[in-house]
Design a protein around this ligand. Structure first.
Ligand code: NAP
Length: 325
């Protein structure tokens, strides 16, 4: 009897794996598509813009500093695959005035057509001990990292719904999956994106619009270099347990996930395991992904206890040693 039940379960799982591709979203064709990248003048955003351009997209770069935008435009243009492609630059603060953001999105849609994919990558980080972070910083991080993603999304969503197609990417962080020492101001602004992404995906699915939330690890960008200037020792020690990833690698992974309509996008084996551990009730875009999460969550929970606890203990011991010097 047990054997029959086991055979039935195996057959059921195999069947689910086989029909999975049939109910997954149809990949978005980037060739000829209009992609808007906020924070496109530097770091991860610039690499995402270059990756999309290499696949034939038309790009709008959004950021505040005009000279950085002009420089980034030149770099993106070098990745062209045909002479029809265009890079447009728009200077605006995405976090301050919704009316302004709406108006620049309208402008870029008039020039390059409706937005097929919006990448919300404008953001900033700051680390410091809770009581040492200026109170103002909690507000500004929430404004840039959270509202700076809400506003552009709100500005493109009506047209996407009318066209019954589109992709929205939110660039969160591994610090948006777990809270870490020194990130009391940054982490909540990235956790907030997950709540937004999960709710929005539920509303948008009937319109064939897919939301992706990316959780990059520490990535070698001007933003990370700036953050490192104020990083507390404890935060640095925790960060050092994993390496630094190149923005090109992050861009390749997250663009591929967004094109395929995957909800979660993580980079590297550590990122994959962290996403499986913290997936909670977040949407899955394929049966395969759902099954993998069920299968992996128990294994990874044990992994977390066996591997990560000693790592944390090591970090704590290091701190004790450093402090006792
Ligand atoms: N680097 C990492 O280790 C890492 C890891 C996980 C997640 N992330 C996230 O990835 C995103 C990009 O990070 P990055 O390291 O590539 O940063 P970066 O090199 O500092 O680039 C940030 C970009 O955002 C733009 N920006 C910042 N505030 C803006 C605003 N209010 N309005 C419009 N544009 C704004 C910047 O241009 P202007 O200053 O000219 O406006 C720049 O183009 C951020 O959301 C960050 O939190 C980074």
């Amino acid at each position: 009897m047990l054997l029959v039940v086991a055979a039935f379960i195996v057959a059921f799982v195999l069947l689910l794996y086989m029909i999975s591709p049939l109910i997954s979203p149809k990949p978005l064709k980037l060739n000829g598509a209009h992609v808007v990248v906020t924070g496109g003048s530097s770091g991860i955003g610039k690499s995402i813009a270059m990756e999309c351009y290499r696949q034939g997209a038309f790009i709008t770069l959004v950021a505040r500093d005009e000279s950085k935008l002009v420089q980034a435009k030149k770099e993106v243009e070098k990745c062209a695959i045909n002479d029809k492609q265009v890079v447009l630059c728009i200077s605006v603060d995405v976090s301050k005035d919704y009316g302004q953001v709406e108006s620049v999105i309208k402008q870029c849609q008039e020039k390059l057509g409706p937005v097929d994919m919006l990448v919300n990558c404008a953001g900033t980080s700051f680390s410091g001990k809770f009581e040492e972070v200026e109170v103002e910083r909690f507000r500004s991080l929430m404004e840039v990292n959270y509202l700076g993603s809400v506003y552009p999304t709100r500005a493109v969503i009506t047209t996407m719904k009318e066209r019954r197609m589109g992709r929205i990417m939110f660039v969160s962080s591994q610090a948006g999956q777990i809270g870490l020492f020194g990130y009391t101001a940054y982490s909540p602004s990235k956790f907030a994106l997950r709540g937004l992404a999960e709710s929005l995906q539920m509303e948008m699915k009937p319109y064939n619009i897919y939301v992706t939330i990316a959780y990059p690890p520490d990535t070698d960008t001007p933003g990370l270099a700036e953050e490192n200037r104020t990083k507390p020792l404890e935060t640095r020690l925790i960060s050092e347990t994993s390496g630094v990833t190149q923005p090109e690698q992050v861009a390749k992974t997250v663009v591929k996930d967004a094109v395929q309509g995957n909800f979660n996008s993580s980079v590297g084996p550590d990122g994959y395991m962290l996403s499986a551990l913290t997936c909670g009730m977040s949407p899955v875009t394929s049966i395969t992904e759902g099954l993998q999460q069920i299968e992996l969550s128990h294994i990874l929970y044990d992994y977390n206890i066996i591997i990560d606890c000693p790592k944390t203990v090591c970090s704590c011991l290091t701190l004790v040693i450093v402090n006792s010097d």
